[in-house]
Design a protein around this ligand. Structure first.
Ligand code: PEP
Ligand code: MG
Length: 591
């Protein structure tokens, strides 16, 4: 820990968050507060309940008109892609389950519509917000945004904005919704910093589209911050500096120039092939959760989808989608990726991605519990229906199929037996699928690393899930903030495991991809290239920059670097060494 302490000049405070929209800006703080309206609670006579439902319907239609208006404005100013964000809001307004639940709440409790809507949407929000899945947590924010708007419309209150600001400011808020972002006058916003939110939250997507630097997930940001304080937001590194010193501002002037230069250089290289400096090819793929993300990823010049997580469809509706619903979802994604391929991962429910179906027992250690392939093997009908749906989609483009959280050969064999059964069922019905579909497994448990030679005999390819591998190898729960400092991808145990799997896979002639978050980290890239792990799958916005850096390293020097760090003991030193290696090769370019 001693190595990790950051010292700063006296009055300056540095807070760490998640870099969300690139750029650096500084200026005076503007605290953006959500004007929470008081949701009154009163009883409504039984004979007046239909009137409450009519009020609700009217509010739905007024809100829908308002959102369409915002949508058109965004489409005009930022483009259709960004405006698409509001389609998700319109879908919430048309969600039959939500509407039915509010009407039911009115009838059951006899309370007023504002209160019933508030309770129902809070229940939905709480459920989605506790999930590990970033996409679904962001849908929870959509829901909160919409229900605020609906309640305001029911009560007749309008929201606050930034129109009154005289000078541009750095906007600070606990949370920021897409409607908030749309309501802001962008000429008055220098940068955005929020306590909550993820890298792909809709508010952030819009900030990115408007080139407003943003950092999200900054804990304790709003505590002790005063209107008028100066704040520097570093959207590259994910830092927020309160009352930056002159030295910091000078340093940042230089950083800004370097970053702009890098952006221009990456753009210049956009059409260049993914080859190392000494001509070795490497492959870049995209991770995605929805067919829409696949469409966006393909525009980003990747070589296919390396990891398609299938949980979103199940979690969004909190039910098991039918085989046909799954089939059309997978077909849409396969067709979006054509002619490139898609690796579809079978269901990875469990851990903290749970369906709320009522019958589930609470687990003491959910990440080590009834998760992923374990759940599927104990629920063969659910599993078979997903397998058939994926197989059917394979008739429409190149599909590979992959099993998550494999910890032993037995699981893999049982999964393959069920896959054969799914194939036979389709053959009997003369339904087309790709007979030569490739089968792979995730390497994300320590046991899978240890026995990867045995697993290699059962599959066509491997995909290393470093997000889980780090948590299981180091026994550090990946969602527990208290021990987040122990979650160290630079730990020698991780590097050595990657080395082992890479060697075994090579010997067995099985291709291997890395698909955890570190696959998109340019500092880690030389490690992967040096280990011969040259198939990387990561979030689409990172792909171009990753290719740019890959083109600046030779495979020979990456191998030497790997030899060096394989004998190092401390994660923090390995991390420093990677940064040094990287800086040395790009410093001149950016000088
Ligand atoms: C991983 O564990 O690295 C991975 C890619 O899968 P997920 O994050 O969905 O568990
Ligand atoms: Mg995983």
């Amino acid at each position: 820990m001693d190595d990790d302490v950051i010292t700063s000049p006296k009055d300056e405070i540095t807070l760490f968050g998640i870099p969300a929209s690139p750029g650096v800006a500084h200026g005076q703080v503007f605290r953006f507060l959500h004007e929470e309206v008081e949701v009154l609670n009163y009883e409504v006579k039984k004979e007046d309940q239909p009137k409450e439902i009519v009020r609700f319907k009217e509010a739905l239609s007024i809100t829908s008109e308002q959102i369409k208006e915002v949508r058109d404005g965004v489409a005009k100013n930022l483009g259709e892609k960004e405006a698409g964000i509001f389609d998700a809001h319109l879908m919430v307004l048309e969600d039959k389950a939500l509407i039915d639940d509010v009407e039911k709440e009115i009838r059951l409790t006899g309370d007023n519509v504002e209160q019933c809507l508030h309770r129902v949407s809070q229940r939905y929000y709480d459920y989605f917000n506790q999930l590990d899945d970033v996409y679904l947590r962001e849908r929870a924010s959509d829901l909160k945004d919409i229900s605020r708007r609906l309640i305001r419309n029911l009560i007749g209150v309008t929201a606050a904005g930034t129109a009154f600001l005289e000078d541009p400011r750095v906007l600070v808020s606990e949370d920021l919704t897409p409607s908030d972002t749309a309501s802001l006058d962008r000429s008055k916003i220098l940068a955005i910093a929020t306590e909550t939110g993820g890298q792909t939250s809709h508010a952030v997507i819009m900030a990115r589209a408007s080139s407003v630097p943003a950092v999200v997930g900054v804990r304790s940001l709003t505590e002790g911050l005063n209107e008028g304080d100066t704040l520097l937001v570093d959207g590259f590194e994910g830092l927020v500096i309160i009352i930056p010193s002159e030295t910091t501002l000078f340093r940042y002037g230089k950083v800004g120039i370097r970053r702009k230069k890098l952006k221009d250089l990456v753009e210049e290289d956009a059409q260049e092939p993914a080859l190392t400096k000494d001509g070795q090819p490497f492959q870049l793929y995209a991770n995605a959760d929805t067919p829409e993300e696949v469409k966006a990823a393909i525009d980003n010049a990747c070589q296919g989808v390396g990891l398609f997580r299938t949980e979103a469809l199940f979690l969004l509706k909190n039910e098991m989608p039918s085989e046909d619903v799954q089939f059309s979802h997978y077909r849409e994604l396969v067709e979006a990726a054509n002619p490139l391929g898609v690796t579809i991962r079978t269901l990875d429910l469990g851990g903290d991605k749970v369906l709320n179906l009522g019958e589930k027992e609470k687990e003491n250690n959910p990440f080590m519990g009834f998760r992923a392939i374990r759940y599927c093997l104990q629920n063969p009908e659910t599993f078979l229906s997903q397998l058939r749906a994926i197989l059917r989609a394979s008739a429409f483009g190149k599909v590979k199929l992959m099993f998550p959280m494999i910890s032993g050969v037995g699981e893999l064999i049982r999964a393959k037996v069920l896959l054969d059964r799914a194939r036979n069922e389709l053959r009997e019905k003369n339904i087309d699928f790709d007979e030569s579909i490739e089968i792979g497994c995730m390497i994300e448990t320590p046991s899978a690393v240890t026995i990867c030679d045995l697993l290699a005999k059962e599959v066509d390819f491997f995909s290393v899930g470093t997000n889980d591998l780090v948590q299981y190898l180091l026994a550090v729960d990946r969602v527990n903030n208290q021990i987040a400092y122990l979650y160290e991808p630079h730990h020698p145990a991780v590097i050595r495991s990657l080395d082992h799997v890479s060697r075994v896979a090579k010997e067995a002639g099985k291709p291997i991809t890395v698909c955890g978050e570190i696959a998109g980290d340019p500092h880690f890239l030389p490690v992967f290239l040096g280990l011969g792990l040259d198939h990387l799958s990561c979030a689409p916005p990172l792909l171009q920059e990753l290719k740019f850096f890959g083109r600046r390293f030779t495979q020979g020097e990456c191998k030497e670097l790997v030899d060096e760090i394989l004998s190092m003991a401390r994660p923090v030193r390995i991390k420093e060494r990677l940064k040094e290696f990287y800086d040395l090769r790009v410093a001149d370019l950016l000088a």
